[in-house]
Design a protein around this ligand. Structure first.
Ligand code: DQA
Length: 140
């Protein structure tokens, strides 16, 4: 399978950012591990702090370029109707992921603007949330 992982704002700081919540590991090293775990699959990765660039990436891959999208939209999860519309507008299915359990955190994190446009949601399993999302795409 060809899978596109997309990370949104501040997720470039994984490993440095609030390690008590997000862990001490940077995403690049986790990505290496994921690619080793799924040698027969192609795992593409894009990160941006810019909402429009996340939308552009969704548009670029969403029409036949990949079999599925794993999206951690960071804080845009809670605000972005534009991301919702982008996900609704493509053919590929997307899984929404979060490293932390957003429902155990501040109330403003409890609502997602994108869940309804995604196939499903995985949150609260640390970086393993991404692997679980890949498993969900493979099981489709
Ligand atoms: C996050 C949760 C969001 O509420 C937050 O804004 C993030 C990361 C997570 O992976 O737990 O940036 O998406």
């Amino acid at each position: 399978m060809k899978i596109q992982i997309i990370n949104g704002p501040n997720l470039n700081l994984l490993g440095k950012r609030e390690p008590d919540i997000y862990g001490a590991r940077g995403f690049e090293s986790y990505l290496d591990e994921l690619r080793r775990r799924y040698p027969d699959d192609e795992i593409l990765y894009f990160q941006s702090n810019v909402e429009g660039e996340l939308i552009d990436c969704i548009h670029e891959v969403g029409f036949g370029r990949v079999d599925g999208i794993v999206l951690n939209a960071g804080a845009y999860t809670h605000t972005s109707i534009a991301l919702h519309d982008a996900l609704r507008g493509i053919q590929a299915s997307a899984i929404e992921v979060h490293i932390s359990n957003v429902h155990q955190r501040e109330e403003f994190r409890h609502h997602s603007m994108i869940s309804a446009a995604c196939k499903g949601v995985i949150c609260g399993f640390g970086l393993d949330s991404y692997r679980l999302a890949i498993e969900a795409l493979k099981a489709e």
